[in-house]
Write a protein that binds this ligand. Structure first.
Ligand code: NDP
Length: 399
């Protein structure tokens, strides 16, 4: 059906590429392009021989001209951005110049401020619309599936949704005292930032990890979880009808938090460059270099993830609660595609989002968050491609 250019060759890209190859009628041809070409070649070698034709390329995604040249030579129907959030705008610029659809899994953030917001990417709305191309923002799990779940709940279960709690539980154990499950720099920037949630149309800010709850997760059990700022809060508060409050919680174990606090206290999580032996280095980037590579956690991680949304609202004038979630097993993921569940739960929806654009099931020129599209075909594909969802009409609520 079409051609996809995949930028990045890390944990999430690897899963997405495996899944494109499991869906060859839609992904007839893919090109894997990243900064380190050997990683692209290794993925090609592993997956070559199936129906999907694979090529590879070297690209610096910070450079718009290089990206334009690559797009002009490969001529993809969609670009799937699985590099880092810092590359979102350069890749969007290249898509605009070549009139190609765009998909990502994380919103743009500038290197020098850990601030997650959509304003930079929403500023492209008119230009994408005029060019007749679609940018699908946030097609991972959270953001991503959480937005699809919200659109599905709105379409099928509610007249209005007043409260959403997004709960992200990773009960995986990789055996290291401290490691991050995806890019350490992005992960630590996210969790050491202030928390926030939206209530009555306004952001309420908290200290990092200030709000803690214990939740009994289906198929996992009781875990401590903490309120974080998360990017989908901003778009869901605008796109879902009737929202009074929306919060995001993520589970963390005590060992992770103790290590993080210590690293913070000694300055290792700072993104301010410092002078070191005559060279400027960013402490957080140095920390990334000494931590285990998230891709290496796959074979060691046991246990499950449970990510989902609890909705409270009204249907036919009556109060209603509804919980949609997915449970994913780290070892099963590793067996299937050679990655742990955190990369898996992001890479599968990235493939599905791109498939929605390639098949024309989703076609809305402009820049859109995922909950603005019809959730039904995406929900079907989640069941088909390894992330089956479950529902409950009587979930435990978060106070
Ligand atoms: P990794 O660090 O494993 O991979 C990132 C890849 O991007 C690497 O291959 C890296 O190349 C490449 N890259 C980085 N900079 C450039 C550049 N300038 N030009 C070309 N390639 C570049 O990260 P993950 O796979 O864990 O994460 C990928 C994305 O997914 C991130 O944006 C992350 O925020 C997002 N994410 C989203 C989630 C969601 O649920 N929505 C959950 C988890 C992650 P090299 O190999 O040379 O370093």
């Amino acid at each position: 059906m079409g051609k996809a250019l995949i930028i990045g060759a890390g944990g999430v890209a690897s899963v997405c590429i495996h899944k494109c190859c499991q869906n060859p009628d839609v992904f007839e041809e893919i090109c894997i392009a990243s900064r380190t070409k050997s990683k692209c070649d290794a993925l090609k070698e592993k997956l070559d021989g199936g129906k999907t034709k694979i090529s590879t390329a070297q690209v610096n995604a910070d450079n718009v001209d290089e990206l334009i040249a690559l797009i002009n030579s490969f001529k993809p129907d969609v670009v799937i951005n699985l590099a880092l959030p810092y590359q979102d705008l350069t890749i969007m610029d290249a898509c605009l110049a070549t009139r190609v659809n765009y998909v990502d899994t994380a919103n743009y953030e500038p290197l020098d401020t850990a601030k997650f917001e959509y304003k930079w990417q929403w500023a492209y709305r008119e230009r994408f619309e005029q060019a007749g191309i679609t940018a699908l923002l946030g097609s991972g799990f959270d953001p991503g599936v959480t937005g699809v779940f919200s659109a599905y709940a709105m379409k099928h279960e509610f007249d209005e949704i007043n409260y959403i709690d997004i709960l992200d539980c990773n009960a995986g154990d990789h055996g290291y005292p401290f490691a991050t499950n995806f890019n350490p720099e992005i992960n630590i920037r996210e969790v050491s930032a202030k928390g926030s949630y939206i209530e009555d149309g306004k952001w309420v800010e908290t200290e990092p990890m200030e709000i803690k709850r214990v939740y009994n997760f289906p198929e996992i059990g009781e875990k401590d979880m903490y309120l974080l700022h998360h990017e989908e809060l901003e778009s869901l508060a605008l796109n879902i009808k009737g929202i009074k409050r929306i919060r995001f919680f993520m589970t963390f174990g005590q060992s992770y938090l103790t290590h993080l606090k210590c690293l913070e206290n000694v300055g290792m999580t700072s993104i301010e460059p410092i002078d070191f032996e005559g060279k400027k280095i960013v402490p957080l980037q140095f920390l990334k270099a000494v931590l285990p590579d998230p891709a290496s956690l796959g074979p060691r991680t046991k246990g499950k993830t449970n990510i989902g949304c609890i909705f409270i609202g009204k249907k036919d004038g009556k109060d209603k609660t509804y919980y949609l979630y997915n449970v994913c097993d780290h070892e099963e993921c590793y067996k299937e595609v050679g990655s742990q569940a955190v990369s898996y739960t992001t890479g599968v929806p990235a493939m599905i989002g791109a498939a929605m654009l390639l098949t024309g099931k989703w076609n809305k020129p402009g820049v859109h968050n995922i909950e603005e599209f019809d959730p039904d075909p995406f929900m079907e594909d989640l069941n088909k491609f390894g992330l089956p969802w479950k529902e409950s009409y009587d979930p435990e609520l978060v106070d």
